[in-house]
Ligand binder design. Sequence first.
Ligand code: 6PG
Length: 477
Amino acid sequence: MSQARIGLVGLGVMGANLSLNIAENGFPIAVYNRTTSITDDFIASAGDLASNVVGTKSYEELVASLTTPRAIIILVKAGGPVDAVIESLTPLLDEGDMIIDAGNANFHDTRRREAALSEKGLKFFGMGVSGGEEGARHGPSIMVGGDASSYEVIRDIVEAISAKHGDTPCAAHFGPDGAGHFVKTVHNGIEYADMQMIAEVYGLLRDGAGHAPAEIGALFEQWNKGTLESYLVEITAKVLQESDPKTGQPMVDVIVDKAGQKGTGRWTAIEAITLGQSPSTIEAAVAARSWSSEKETRLAGEALFAETPAEAAPIPPVEDLEAALLAAKIIAYDQGFKLLAAASEAYEWNTDLAVAAEVWREGCIIRSALLDDMASAIREGLPHGQLLFAPRFADLVKTGVRALRRVVSYAAITGLPIPAFANALAYFDTLRQGRGTTDLVQAQRDFFGAHGFERTDGGAGHHGPWGGTTAHSAAQL
Ligand code: 6PG
């Protein structure tokens, strides 16, 4: 085989599948893994595709196998291992060569690496890849950040291996340095919110209505034929209808209710707060996972507060649950896109939100029928930057929120926690309250700290006559 068009370091599940995808699309690829036997096994099991793959046993050999400018994908564990690979590769590369981190990375690390490598004349890319093992093998959604002109060197490969929506590749360049990894981070934040809200519906039907998992799964299967059609609803339907081969019980019933998290949801929430945003559905989803791991505390709380009265109430009809899930989902996306816009502005990425929605239409974990409409709404222009204000979504949400209110009220009365739904509703109500309550917060700040406030009749920097206020008794209220 002549020189390979692209290299890849790290033949774990994602790296191996992405390599096969690249080879299958006709691009010769050179691969390297620290443990040589893994490389050998990979080539041995690549079948016909092995003719497009060259296994290498050292970084030197990897670098020597590539056409120039060289492009090398890294798919190793986030953090230190990525830095270690970069450190090994850097001295072997020439000006204009590219290193592409295709793992989930904190975009601050990506920015740091990009800046450090650019001083050496090298190009560093943060490339978010979504879709799990199956996506990596047959077409993931790909979110790229890095130098725009160097991206052209690998663009044909990236687009060829990505999922397609019709003929459109679900892959795009979103801006310099950390933009691609940030888009992937927000994707994951939305993924967290989406999963949590689906789990909350499951909880209401399980604990409020006493339905068996398979019944709830059948309902999700039904919903997946409507506006809620999405990968996550589809797999939820399957998961809930699965039985444990060992006990015959519903599979979910033998799974401990502690959810793991590798960090991307948390990064989304942290960055949002830093940027003055409040993606409250994502925050709720991250918090729910954190609480889930405190199983002992929750069991103690259950015993301690068992007697705390929660009233009985009839669960809202399933049509309400479906409409509430749709409304809350749109609210979560509104929050995600708003965060993306804020980051793009802060870091001067010029990220196209409509393209993000388009890239998420296929291949990734949050793919859904709604994303096509979202992309169109964004292209038409979002009033005040809010997806919720776009006419097609405003109408959907107006109806859905009525159901969301009934669902959140039911959960509050009966004592079932649905934090993502409740936060979605609070966010919506905050957005539709022209006069909020922070006039009082401003007064309090001025009272204790002379921070000043803006008057409704004009002018900033005013102070209140706090010393001379007349005391009103509570009874007068
Ligand atoms: C994807 C997924 C993928 C992975 C998450 C899981 O887009 O393909 O998001 O990146 O499944 O990292 O994240 P948690 O372990 O945090 O749930």
